[in-house]
Design a binder for this molecule. Structure first.
Ligand SMILES: NC(=O)C1=CN([C@@H]2O[C@H](COP(=O)(O)OP(=O)(O)OC[C@H]3O[C@@H](n4cnc5c(N)ncnc54)[C@H](OP(=O)(O)O)[C@@H]3O)[C@@H](O)[C@H]2O)C=CC1
Ligand SMILES: N[C@@H](CC(=O)OP(=O)(O)O)C(=O)O
Length: 384
């Protein structure tokens, strides 16, 4: 088991049971995913739900369109919403041209599913308005994640928590934080084998987590530095290109943890329905465009071997393994970029322990895809 490089193609949570097509290399998987993308289009059909995308011009909003197309998501109509700044601009989708509309309180009449990604304050203000109008809101922001009664869903992990929500009756479902989704895709299969007692996470987070403007800041600063010009910080407080820094979310000065770190703690407990699991995190922004990486140390209640861990990971939908010790080949953010799956490697026994209850992992996942738009669209698929 010292040298294992397998990648299991599981594009879709829903069709995984039928479409698991054996062992592949990561490169073959990437090629296969590309081929699949070329062959599918979203399915406009008169009996599909009416959908709205809130924040369609943003990094996540644009990815919603890609994912809906890739997954052949059925819809009878689609409304594209953004701020007044974008109203009147056009957007191509699935062979048609749409005019982007300004988001208002009246935007949700007749909408069955509203995918929100325009920031927490917009969600707080208009999420309940949309739900009252009968829409099911799948909200990418942190506005409602910890609200009692609002399910916080990773479809591969806890789909049962939204089983009571049906199209036709308004509701809000929260999409977890991207670092939480990526961590739990890797850790949940192991938790199911040996029960996680304590988890220590260190993240290496991409620009995309801070939106389209932050991605542009990374591009621009990289060009400027290479051209010998000063890097101009606009979105982030310090130089981003050729640098890294503690996550830019708000810091709890008393506790010394930032919000991103606390989301990993609180959201994991809610998703696993386990208030006692111990979690600590250090979240760092790195100059990578759109895939997060995470180093995770786990302590379990029960013994777990590397073989058991790899076996559980290989069976879990949405996970690919790159764990080739002989060639020192493990997941990279570029392996995960634009991919549906979360990539796991460096699976090893924690040698700082005398027992068999510790493991270390390294995980990479596309922040905009599984960390945001894909997970939200998979939630919407559970409603169909
Ligand atoms: N679940 C997760 O892991 C993630 C969640 N997110 C959430 O999604 C949000 C958007 O992220 P991202 O796409 O990266 O951000 P961007 O900055 O790239 O895009 C923001 C989007 O929100 C729209 N918007 C801003 N203000 C308004 C307004 N007053 N009314 C209507 N639309 C508005 C923008 O429209 P315009 O172009 O017209 O300004 C744009 O479409 C984040 O703030 C976060 O809450 C993001 C990443 C990951
Ligand atoms: N986690 C994102 C930020 C974000 O959008 O988080 P949330 O969805 O929890 O607001 C990052 O990489 O910075």
């Amino acid at each position: 088991m010292n040298s294992l490089c397998v990648s299991i193609e599981m594009r879709s949570f829903r069709c995984n049971n039928n479409s698991r097509d054996g062992l592949r290399t990561a490169a073959a998987q990437k090629k296969c995913s590309r081929q699949l993308k070329l062959n599918v289009s979203a399915a406009k059909t008169s009996n599909g739900p009416k959908i709205a995308i809130v924040g369609v011009t943003g990094a996540v909003g644009q990815e919603f369109l890609t994912v809906l197309k890739e997954r052949n998501f059925p819809y009878s109509d689609i409304k594209l919403l953004a701020s007044a700044r974008s109203a009147g601009k056009t957007q191509e989708f699935d062979g048609s041209t749409y005019i982007i509309e300004e988001l208002t309180e009246d935007s949700f009449k007749g909408i069955d599913i509203a995918l929100f990604s325009a920031g927490g304050s917009i969600s707080k203000k208009l999420g309940p308005v949309a739900a009252a109008a009968g829409s099911i809101v799948v909200d990418n922001s942190s506005a409602f994640r910890m609200t009692e009664g609002v399910p916080l869903i990773i479809p591969e992990v806890n789909p049962q928590d939204m089983a009571h929500i049906k199209i036709g009756k308004g509701a809000i479902i929260a999409n977890p934080n991207c670092s939480t989704i990526i961590a739990l895709m890797a850790v949940t299969p192991l938790h199911r084998v040996a029960t996680v007692k304590r988890m220590i996470v260190s993240t290496y987070q991409a620009a995309s987590g801070a939106g389209a403007a932050a991605m542009e800041e990374l591009r621009q600063q990289t060009r400027d530095v290479l051209d010998g010009k000063p890097a101009e910080p606009k979105i982030f407080p310090v130089q981003y290109a050729f640098n890294l820094f503690s996550h830019n979310s708000g810091m709890d000065v008393e506790l010394g943890y930032n919000e991103e770190e606390m989301k990993l703690v609180k959201e994991t407990r809610k998703i696993w329905s386990n208030s006692s699991v111990k979690i600590t995190a250090t979240c760092i922004r790195v100059p990578v465009m759109r895939a997060h990486a995470e180093s995770i140390n786990l302590e379990f209640e029960n013994d777990i071997s590397e073989e058991q861990a790899l076996e559980a990971l290989s069976k879990f939908p949405g996970v690919s393994i790159i764990n080739d010790r002989k060639n020192n080949r493990f997941p990279t953010p570029l392996d995960a970029t634009t991919q549906d799956n979360v990539f796991v490697g460096r699976v090893r026994r924690d040698i700082s322990r005398d027992d068999k209850k510790g493991l270390d992992l390294f995980v990479c996942g596309d922040q905009i895809k599984k960390g945001a738009a894909l997970n939200a669209v998979q939630i919407a698929e559970l409603l169909l």
